[in-house]
Design a protein around this ligand. Structure first.
Ligand code: MTE
Ligand code: QUE
Ligand code: MOS
Length: 809
């Protein structure tokens, strides 16, 4: 384990990191602007581009008909690249304007005349349900006898929860530059988590073979799921202009346009019936999940599936039925966002736990511990029949209870809130501790594969590429560290090169937190094959006087070459080493600190560089390519049963909030987090992911609220959309990693860190409820609030009578 800085830290902070729009402008380059619909639903009766075409500096205007295939979609191909006859959301692209300058493009855009016939739009999950406006069918995952268990439960609660969306708010908006190359080829530089998807959408859209489209992703200025599917049409827009006008074409969305055009985290509405005994042991749960998919399918069905698979979170619920239905509305197609469906499923069950505790007058932590998955009594099997291996949850709960000083603080807060009831100048305080268990793997099995290419140059430095894309999470730092460590080199000896579809094809999106797990494993397999050959060579060289080595003699043609077997290309991840126990060793040869030596006779040694030079002169291949897939996945989407995940990343957070009585503002005054990330590759990067994800999640559950008017997003800039800033972070913020050496299935015993800690933000949301519980209206009734619990939402809960006249129904 290391603690090296992010490989781009120094170029980021000095402004020298290259993002797509930093690429120098070519002299004939064109700028592409997008005209989109202001209406959520309308028929397009006419598009008149005549005036716009005559505008100075305009080189072309393109419509849906200009694409070879005007259709795309990640799971279902249901979405036009450019709307032709109808628009189904406000922000849906209709026309592309190619001009010599962004300003001239904007002038021309205003001259395009679109005649709409505005239609009634579906603008809520409720409306979609009553109109049966759905995307794909309803899904169900079920265990036990839910009806019976509910009927016989001593206590029952029935309720619902509204969960709203959130914008990804990556710093770099969607962007692409397409270069026309000889013989009809196109090269696209994109800010995408999924270059292969961009390649496919571009080639299909333009009527080219994939062989003629290369998509390159050097890095993103953040993705967070927002650039998993939705970067692809942007790439296609640039590519279309480049193809039609035979000139480089650059499209750079403004923040406002990006926010209006692209989908967000899916809003959800969930309905549940829960049965529990007098101790608070949950015996039955019947949950119905509805999500707002927006106008097109995008990834919403997979997101729903993950929500259903996370409706248990950390709890064993013997009789559990969860159904899921994606609704079709007239909002931008909602999409992947850190956690995918997980946060929605977990929000529901954590709210249920809080309600059960409130109903029984118990501390919610007691209910959590009581229902937590344990290895005893068969209470370690999920509703989809996967065994929870390496279960750290009980330990996380009890460790964090101690470390956060939960019991004492609970008492203090109780005493404080009693004072606050009579002294309104005091804030209300709340405390909550929530766990997370997040399954690592794509639930779509075929996506759980990756490939890597590793190259050793003759000076002993390396380049590597995989299908993984760098979005700030540090996947390049981690993979280069894995490669370097196998060869006993410093990380700085390995350069990760831009992700490119001409080197790594048929890749999956860098998503589901599995970027390092999948691509890092492929990279290790590749480097181990080279290492196998190098080890055999070293073993043989140690018995040959150096004067006879090929580098000295080969020029004269006098020396026999050392023959080395080509490492057999199996797909066994354990090739030569326990996956979990670290570095592989072959032929008793060790690689350490830039040296290669016999483990038994360490005096027999040479430098790594020297070995590489010798390998070259003996005509030994110094590059390798490998493919890797997660083993053991058996989830069946039809039955909703099986091993869906390679393992679970787990964690727990304890948050304290302080609520201003006049403004409803909730401040997180303290947060304590323990995360189980197995055996980290780079602890600093992992702590960064945990901290960042938690704060990003805090925004979702507190201040980030999307305001729409007739389906058009009004809050499309930081002035109206409030993400957390540095003052919003907890003043006391203790984050540590659990020491866990037992994650056998994954590369080096690590656990993915990207998404799981986001779900810990729910402790903030439940802590806000915890504070509200002290107020008189909520002695018996649970203080139901939406997610996010914005200042307004909290004020409304504090003073329901004052808000009556503004509240519908
Ligand atoms: N961290 C940063 N800095 N920027 C990002 O865009 N995306 C998150 C997470 N951490 C993201 C991030 C999401 S949604 C995922 S799925 C993972 O990173 C993807 O990368 P990984 O699989 O390499 O962890
Ligand atoms: C988590 C994810 C994804 C997922 C499933 C998860 C994801 C994703 C897909 C997906 C599914 C079907 C497809 C496809 C992608 O599934 O990011 O192209 O045909 O893209 O559990 O993050
Ligand atoms: Mo992350 S939501 O899987 O890109």
């Amino acid at each position: 384990m290391s603690n090296l800085p992010h490989d781009s830290a120094h170029t980021h902070v000095t402004g020298r990191s290259e993002f797509v729009d930093d690429r120098a402008k070519l002299s004939n380059e064109l700028f592409v602007d997008v005209l989109y619909s202001p209406h959520a639903k309308a028929k397009i009766k006419k598009i008149n581009i005549d005036k716009a075409l005559k505008s100075p500096g305009v080189k072309g205007i393109f419509l849906g008909k200009d694409f070879h295939h005007n259709i795309w979609g990640t799971i279902f191909q249901d979405q036009p690249l450019l709307a032709e006859t109808e628009v189904n959301f406000a922000g849906e692209a209709i026309a592309l304007i190619a001009a010599t300058h962004p300003d001239t493009a904007a002038v021309a855009k205003a001259l395009i005349e679109v005649t709409y016939e505005v239609k009634p739009a579906v603008l809520s999950v409720q409306d979609a349900i009553s109109l049966e406006s759905f995307i794909a069918g309803s899904r169900k995952i079920e265990r036990g006898e839910v009806e019976k268990a509910l009927a016989s439960a001593p206590n029952k609660l029935e309720n619902s929860l509204v969960i709203r969306g959130a914008d990804h708010f990556y710093l770099e908006s969607n962007v692409a530059i397409a270069y026309p190359k000889e013989d009809g080829q196109i090269e696209v530089h994109s800010s995408s988590q999924h270059p292969t998807e961009c390649q496919h959408v571009v080639s299909h859209g333009l009527g080219l073979g994939s062989k003629d489209v290369t998509v390159i992703v050097k890095r993103m200025g953040g993705g967070f799921g927002g650039k998993e599917s939705q970067a692809a049409p942007i790439a296609a827009y640039a590519a279309l202009v480049a193809q039609k006008l035979n000139a480089p074409a650059r499209i750079v969305l403004t923040k406002d346009d990006d926010m209006v055009m692209t989908g967000k985290r899916n809003p959800f509405e969930v309905f549940y019936n829960v049965g529990f005994d007098d101790n608070g042991c949950i015996t039955a749960l019947d949950a119905k999940l509805y999500s707002d998919g927006g106008a097109y399918a995008d990834l919403s069905t997979s997101i729903m599936e993950r929500a259903m698979l996370h409706s248990d979170n950390a709890y064993y619920i013997p009789h559990l039925r969860v159904t899921g239905q994606v609704c079709r509305t007239n909002y931008h197609p909602h999409t992947a966002f850190r956690g995918f469906g997980g946060p929605k499923g977990v929000a529901m069950i954590e709210k249920i736990v809080e309600e059960v505790a409130h109903y029984l007058g118990k501390d919610p932590l007691e209910i959590r511990k009581l229902n937590c998955y344990t290895d005893e009594g068969g209470r370690n099997i999920t509703h989809y029949d996967q065994v929870v291996e390496n279960n750290c949850l009980p330990r996380l709960l009890s460790d964090l209870e101690k470390e956060s000083n939960y019991v004492a603080r609970r008492k203090e807060i109780e005493a404080h809130n009693i004072k606050a009831l009579t002294d309104r100048s005091l804030p209300l305080k709340g405390l909550s501790l929530t766990p997370v268990k997040f399954g690592i793997s794509f639930t779509t099995r075929f996506l759980n594969q990756a490939n890597a290419l590793v190259i050793i140059h003759r000076d002993g430095t390396l380049q590597a590429t995989t299908g993984a894309t760098e979005m700030g999470q540090g996947v390049n730092a981690r993979i280069s560290e894995l490669i370097a460590s196998e060869l006993g080199l410093k990380r700085s000896a390995v350069r990760m090169m831009p992700t490119s579809t001409d080197k790594n094809a048929n890749t999956s999106p860098t998503a589901a937190s599995s970027g390092t797990d999948l691509n890092g494993a492929a990279a290790i397999l590749a480097v181990r094959r080279i290492k196998m050959r190098l080890s055999e060579l070293a073993l043989k060289l140690f018995d040959i006087p150096e004067s006879q080595w090929a580098r000295h003699t080969a020029g004269l043609g006098t020396q026999e070459e050392v023959e080395v077997k080509n490492a057999h290309l199996t797909n066994d991840p354990n090739e030569g080493a326990e996956w979990n126990s670290g570095i592989a060793e072959y032929h008793g040869i060790s690689f350490k600190d830039g040296q290669v030596f016999s483990a038994k006779h360490p005096e027999k040694r040479m430098t790594f560089h020297s070995l590489i030079v010798e390998a070259y002169h003996n005509r030994i291949a110094l590059s390798e390519y490998a493919h890797y897939k997660f083993p053991g996945l058996s989830f069946n989407k039809l039955t909703g049963k099986g091993t869906a995940f390679l393992y679970f990343t787990q964690g727990a957070a304890c948050s304290e909030v302080s609520i201003d009585r006049d403004t409803g503002e909730a401040k997180v005054t303290r947060a304590d987090i323990i995360m189980d990330l197995g055996r980290p590759i780079n602890e600093g990067l992992d702590l960064g992911q945990v901290t960042g994800a938690f704060i990003q999640g805090m925004g979702w559950v507190t201040t980030e609220k999307l305001f729409y008017k007739n389906g058009f997003l009004l809050s499309h800039a930081p002035s109206t959309y409030k993400i957390p800033n540095i003052q919003d972070t907890p003043r006391i913020f203790n984050v540590r990693l659990l020491n866990n050496n037992e994650n056998k299935p994954n590369v080096r015993g690590t656990k993915a860190a990207g998404e799981p800690p986001l779900l810990l933000c729910l402790s903030v949301w439940t802590a806000i409820h915890d504070a509200m519980k002290r107020l008189s209206p909520y002695k018996l009734k649970y203080p139901h609030m939406e997610l996010p619990a914005t200042n307004e939402e909290i004020l409304k809960a504090m003073h329901p009578e004052l808000f009556k006249k503004w509240t519908k129904k």
